[in-house]
Design a protein around this ligand. Structure first.
Ligand code: TNX
Length: 552
């Protein structure tokens, strides 16, 4: 029988407080000391686990078992055509670490296979023994995750890899949360397709599965709409836009890497670019009340707005296979627009509304209906200031089908509570942990367009528990996590990467690994080989000097 060790990396101790007899207490102490010694020894022997990030949810090692020897006879057996990309990635791993490309051969000793008996679309098994390396997954994406884990295994075990052997290991892994996203903002500063592809290449290493693209904002409308070419003609003057053909190519590129692109159209606020093309869709302000032109919004009482949005969503439904459309909903300056607009005020009167925000019922009522008709599910930023939650009974009710994204600093607990109560699903992007456009440390970048941002340190990102303390039974409404890279101060992909890494590694682990598998100290040490790898790929990142433990 093989002696097998179940590994986890948690650094928290479980201290029992039960009043046992002294003898039993002593017995426990002895057992604990023995365990600690075995644990320390195993950790020292487990170099092959030292770059696994996000840390898998079940790992077994056996230092005594015979390892797998890498020779130029190694070949890859691919058991399904859908695994062609995973097989290429596997070949690239061998080329990078062992300097040869294994051929594809049905009798090969490196096996990639689909196993439909596994639970969950992202579940994979990864096993190495003296005879073979086997990766099985429920889907091509899951198999690809196995390949990413394989790469990190080779990355972490530099000595074995150099000597061309791979230690015995068994990994049975699936994510804690199904939704693990990063967000890029090409609306504020346009990012060409090749740059977004470069970013996707890094996301897949850490098992992210969603890229949200913030495609429209005050500073730009970045996607071609065939029925309304003016939107990009006028609305993307600075920077450019994606043609539908380019976006299709990008969507396919991401899909091959297991990543779904979710488009965001931010309405009714953040719409200056749209209003530059179609000024008549804005509010007709009552100049007796104000002369100032506020941050503009779409006019809730203008039927033309709904028509153009319908046209946009129809084309986007054709283009994006994702089940979600993100509709923004944040920071709409409704008091400075709707409250001062002839048409909106007339509409309020007609409905007997007493508060301007009640017009959100009409605005999102229309828009969410359109999205439903198109068979998409809506996402909205969880806006507790302007778009009120169901808690404010008299105002806008987010329908249950709406997925909310929590973001405002300090309001996540409230969002979480309300979503649990009303049955809305929730994505965790709390400013405190997930805003990676904020500086990583005091006096760090960004030096341009910094409006006095707070800092989101690496450790703060890592400390996110997406359940916010809820048990597994209570947190079923939580879909997952998202790190946001708002683009006001991010004008190139290299800046985006500098802001993202290493913090995106911390967020990736919070979305994937169970709390029992996580520990800050372990994360820090597993981060280093990954940063080294990113550097070799030309990915910029910030050296997190503040977390380094210096020798005394
Ligand atoms: C708030 S977060 C915004 C964005 C900004 C960001 C800057 C959210 C839903 N809206 O429009 O870019 O702050 O961090």
């Amino acid at each position: 029988m093989k002696k097998v060790k179940e590994c986890c990396v948690n650094d928290k101790e479980n201290v029992s407080s039960s009043p046992n007899k002294t003898y039993q207490f002593m017995k426990k102490i002895v057992a604990l000391v023995a365990l600690a010694i075995i644990f320390a020894a195993t950790v020292a022997a487990q170099e092959n686990l030292s770059a696994l990030l996000p840390y898998p949810n079940s790992v077994q090692t056996n230092a005594k078992a015979k390892p797998f020897r890498v020779t130029d006879k190694c070949a890859i057996a691919v058991q399904s055509e859908t695994l062609a990309f995973a097989a290429e990635e596997m070949q690239r791993c061998f080329d990078y670490y062992f300097h040869f490309t294994p051929s594809l051969n049905a009798k090969g000793n490196i096996v990639l296979a689909i196993d439909t008996a596994l639970e969950g679309d992202e579940h994979y098994l990864f096993e190495v023994d003296s005879k073979k390396v086997v990766i099985k997954g429920k889907t091509p994406r899951a198999v690809l995750y196995g390949v990413m884990t394989f790469r990190q295994l080779l990355m972490g075990d530099a000595v074995a890899t150099r000597q061309a052997y791979i230690p015995w290991v068994k990994i049975n892994d699936k994510p804690r949360y199904e939704y693990r996203a990063l967000m890029l903002d090409p609306a504020r500063h346009f990012l060409p397709v090749k740059d977004v592809k470069f970013f996707i290449d890094q996301m897949v290493l850490f098992k992210y599965n969603v890229l949200q693209l913030h495609l429209t904002d005050d500073q730009g409308w970045r996607i071609e709409i065939k029925k309304h070419p003016l939107l990009t003609e006028k609305g993307s003057l600075k920077g450019g836009f994606y043609t539908q053909a380019e976006m299709k190519d990008l969507i396919e590129y991401a899909a091959l890497r297991g990543i779904e692109i979710i488009p965001e159209f931010d309405i009714p606020g953040h719409t200056k670019a749209l209003l530059t093309s179609y000024p008549e869709l804005g509010c007709q302000q009552d100049t007796t009340l104000t002369k100032q032109v506020a941050h503009s919004t779409l006019c809730a009482a203008n039927q033309q707005c709904y028509q153009i949005l319908k046209d946009v969503f129809e084309e986007m439904t054709q283009l994006f296979p994702s089940k979600y459309l993100h509709l923004g909903g944040d920071e709409a300056e409704i008091e400075k627009n709707w409250a001062l607009c002839y048409k909106c005020r007339a509409l309020m009167q007609e409905r007997g509304y007493t508060q301007t925000a009640q017009l959100m019922n009409i605005f999102f009522g229309e828009v969410l209906h359109m999205v439903k008709e198109l068979d998409k599910e809506p996402q909205l930023w969880c806006e507790l200031n302007e778009v009120r939650m169901p808690a404010d009974r008299y105002l806008f009710d987010y329908p249950q089908s709406t997925v909310l994204v929590t973001w405002r600093w300090g309001l996540t607990e409230k969002c979480n509570e309300l979503c649990a109560q009303h049955g809305n699903r929730l994505i965790m992007a709390p400013g405190e942990h997930c805003y990676i456009d904020y500086p990583q440390y005091s006096n760090d970048l960004p030096e341009h367009n910094n409006w006095g941002m707070p800092t989101t340190t690496l450790e703060r990102c890592y400390r996110l528990d997406p359940s916010y303390g809820l048990s597994k039974e209570e947190d079923k409404h939580i879909l997952g996590v998202m790190g946001t890279l708002w683009g006001e101060a991010i004008s190139t992909i290299h800046r985006a990467c500098y802001m993202a890494f290493p913090r995106a590694l911390a967020i990736a682990e919070s979305g994937w690994s169970e709390m029992s598998q996580r520990s800050w100290d372990s994360f820090v040490s597993r981060m280093y080989p990954n940063l080294d790898f990113l550097a070799r790929r030309g990915v910029s990142y910030r050296v997190p000097y503040e977390v380094v433990k210096h020798e005394k």
